[in-house]
Design a protein around this ligand. Structure first.
Ligand SMILES: Cc1cc2nc3c(=O)[nH]c(=O)nc-3n(C[C@H](O)[C@H](O)[C@H](O)COP(=O)(O)O)c2cc1C
Length: 155
């Protein structure tokens, strides 16, 4: 079997979109940057992302009913939601609650979804959600994650 290092090596060379997924867990807002978000189905509109079970990243999304997908074009925010200690993230990034879910104020678009299923695949879990609402707020300059860095697109 191939080593996980070879898979990491090739995935670093594959450009991926990045978003911040958020939810409320134990009455506290939680969120993380992911590069595994995608749409799954259009009818009904369904989305997914993949959470790392070895870090416990799946737990808040397994144990809450809804989540939000925040499309952000700020490297700073993407860094906060992957590096800053989990308890401090919502102290430094502004958010509001919508139907009990934290939505980042600086998102250029966001999706609210109802968790539908969680599919365990080895050390990760695919979190699948049915889309409740999609809002586009403004034009953006989205970033992609490539070779372990956030990069601007040359448009
Ligand atoms: C660009 C980028 C993409 C990431 N994508 C994922 C992902 O798809 N799934 C995941 O569980 N963690 C992902 N992470 C890691 C989480 O953001 C991180 O584990 C989470 O915020 C919890 O922080 P902690 O590991 O410091 O507790 C990613 C990190 C970065 C920098």
């Amino acid at each position: 079997m191939e080593s996980s290092e070879s898979l990491r090596y090739s995935m670093r060379r594959f450009p991926l979109g990045v978003v911040v997924v958020t939810t409320t867990w134990g009455e506290r807002p939680v969120g993380m940057t992911v590069n595994t978000f995608n749409s799954v189905s259009l009818n009904p509109p369904t989305v997914m992302f993949i959470a790392d079970k070895s870090k416990g990243n799946d737990v808040p999304f397994r144990e809450s009913k809804k989540f939000a997908v925040n499309f952000v074009d700020s490297e700073e925010i993407l860094r906060v939601f992957s590096i800053t200690p989990v308890q401090k993230r919502f102290e430094v990034v502004k958010y509001r609650e919508e139907e009990g879910i934290p939505v980042l104020i600086d998102s250029y678009a966001y999706i609210k979804a109802m968790r539908r299923e969680v599919i365990d695949v080895e050390d990760h879990a695919i979190i699948v959600g049915e889309v409740l609402e999609v809002k586009t707020i403004r034009e953006a300059k989205p970033l992609v994650y490539y070779m372990s860095e956030y990069r601007e697109l040359c448009l």
